[in-house]
Each structure stands twice: as C-alpha cells, then as structure tokens.
Design a protein around this ligand. Sequence first.
Ligand code: COA
Length: 378
Amino acid sequence: MANEDVKYGLAGVMADDTAVSKVMPEINSLTYRGYKVQDLATACRFEETAYLIWNGDLPTQSQLDAFNAAEKKERGLSADLLDVMGKFNKRAHPMDTLRTAVSFLGQEDDTTDDSSPEGLMAKSIRMYAKIPEIVAADFRLRNGKKPIPPTDDLAFSENFFHMCFGEVPAPEIIKCFDVSMTLYAEHSFNASTFTARTIASSTSDIYSAVTGAIGSLKGPLHGGANEAVMHMLTEVGAPEKAEEWMLTALKEKRKIMGFGHRVYRSGDSRVPTMTDAYEKMVNVIGTDEAKKFWEISRILDKTMVDQKGIYPNLDFPAGPAYYLMGFEIPMFTPIFVVSRITGWTAHVIEQLADNKLIRPLSNYTGAAQRDVPAIGAR
Ligand code: COA
C-alpha cells in the first residue's frame, strides 16, 4: 500500500538549487541560463549554447573562437581506444559501447580525480570533443568500415556528419541536427542528470558521473524513446494506417513512445522548434520516404492529442529527423549524449561547487526485526 510520506519516483520533489536551466511547465517554457531554448536554437549554433551552459553567458566572438579552438584541440581518439573499440561486440547496443568508451576515457586521463573547477572544465571539453567521434567511429566499425578522423576545418555538427559519412549534407540538414543538439542539451533534474549529480555528490570523478548518466539515459522511458519512436513509425508503415494504428494501440493500453512527460503536461516547449526544423528538412530531402514519415508523424500526433490530450515530447520529432539524416536507429540515443554531455557536466560542476552527499531515506516494507535461527531450525 502506498505510504503518503513517500514521494514515489521523487515526483514533485525539489532536490537542490540549480542555475543551469529552468523548466516552466505552466507556460510551456524551458530556459538555459535565462534564454528561451527556442530562441537559442533559432539564433545560435550549438557551440554557442554549449559555451552558455558551461559559462552562464553567451560568448563574444573572441570567446567563441577560443572555446572552439579548445574543443578542436581535444578532437581525436587515442590509438588504444580505437583498438579497444574495434574489439567491441558488434551486437552490443551503441549506448553500451559508448558507456564503455567514456569509461575508457576516464582511465586514460592521469588527472581523472582532479575535480578543481579548471580540472572539471577541461574534462568536460575533452568529453564534448571526443564523444562525437566515439559515436561516429562505433557506427563505422560495426558496419565494417574504417573510422574517419575529425577535421579542424569543420564546425561541431558538420564534423560529426563528416566522421559518420565522409561528407557534409545540405545546410537545412545541418541546421536540423544543430537545432536538435541545442534542444537536447539540458533539461534540469531529469533521471540521467540526477544520476550524474548523485554520483558526483560522493566526490567521485566526472567520468564516472557521465558513465552512470549514459546508463540512465539508455532506458526507453528516458533517452531511448527517440529510437522507440522510429520503430513505431516503421511499424505503422503508411499514413493511411496511422489513425487506426493509434486507436488500436490506445485500446490495447500500449505506452505510445514519444508522448507524455513527467513535467510538461500540456506540451513540451521544445517540440514546435524541432518539428519546424524536421519539416524544413523533409522538404529539402523531398523523397517519398521522407514525406511518408512526416505524414505518419502528423496523424499520430493529432490522434493522440484528440483522443488522450497527451502531447508529443522532443523525441517524437527528433527520432524520424535523425533517421532521415541517415543515422541508424540505435545511434539516436548516443546522438542525444553528444549534446547532453554539456548539461550533465554543467550539473556536475554545479553540484561540486557546493556539494552535499545525495542520500535520501527509504520506507522499509520488509520483515520485522527477527533473530537468526540455527541452520537446523530453519
Ligand atoms: N502513452 C499512453 N499513455 C500515456 C503515455 C503514453 N506515452 N504517457 C502517459 N500516459 C498515460 C498513462 O497511462 C497514465 O494514464 P492512467 O492515469 O490512465 O494510468 C497517465 O497518462 C499518466 O502517465 P504516467 O506514466 O503516470 O506519467 P509519468 O509522469 O510517470 O510518465 C513518461 C512520464 C514520460 C515516463 C510517460 O509519459 C511515458 O512513458 N512516455 C513514453 C516514453 C517517452 O516518450 N519518454 C520520453 C520522455 S521525454
């Protein structure tokens, strides 16, 4: 029986202060350091948002140049890591290989336990620069291809496409990806960020915090939903089947991936911006497949809102957008990590600036205290 003193799932619990982002469900708004995410996604490159999340303010041109130079200096994986990645189980989910690779980065760093503000920032930039290459190299290796090294000539998003496919796509596709990076970057005390803060609170190292956060994000109730959305769109198969599919799924009480949110109850503030970028990209791609997934998405969205009043979350437009960019479905959550590394590490830095060990209480529901009987008397 539920105990009224227990906050199941920590729902409604305010666990600490944060100055990184603010979720305002009542007005459907999300701000990073005071700026609306939709404004950042429209006006800024992801690099500017990353700088903002870590530094509290948007960069001047010279600050941005120095920041990008620092990121580019950290691009490139060690031969040891690439060698180990070549031995990874090809059937493993890319979130499992990414988790292992980030843990490897931690043991490679002789200063892993340096949790000074400068040390934490250096490690955050290191992971921000190297995680895209880990995701791209893993994708190529599991397809029997050689990894493509990063190039300093390209900006963050362009470089990611270059490392995955050896080419940079149309500007609308880059913009759609860059928008998704900004929108996925940070979201207050979600499960993976809280995991990172909990690990950091024991004064463990930042790589451990990020490794744990990756494990948390992998779950389909959290980051894994963008993959599940694409599986759902594929299962639906055609726009003319979409409404019927949704009605049947709701009748069967299925959880519809990409809909609902613990905090937003009347719509996710990031969705209109992502949907707009997704639509622009569909128009540029112009294939029947692109139009088909766009149509299915529209019908599922409308039917769900009409029937249940449950709105799509960011994963709903992001899943098919990543698919149409050419990424394999199991890469979607690792791509989320490429962005969320900024938010996670900003929270670890914030946690350690004024740390208190995170250690809640539990409501014990097991056997009453009892004596240990001798083995023959059990
Ligand atoms: N499909 C169908 N019904 C849903 C739903 C969904 N995606 N999301 C919520 N609901 C329904 C629940 O069945 C429940 O109905 P009930 O009261 O009749 O039992 C009600 O809405 C409340 O949902 P609940 O699961 O208790 O809310 P929550 O805050 O615990 O869950 C999520 C939030 C995100 C875990 C949940 O909406 C979900 O599982 N969504 C799908 C996964 C997803 O897209 N995750 C990405 C999140 S960004």
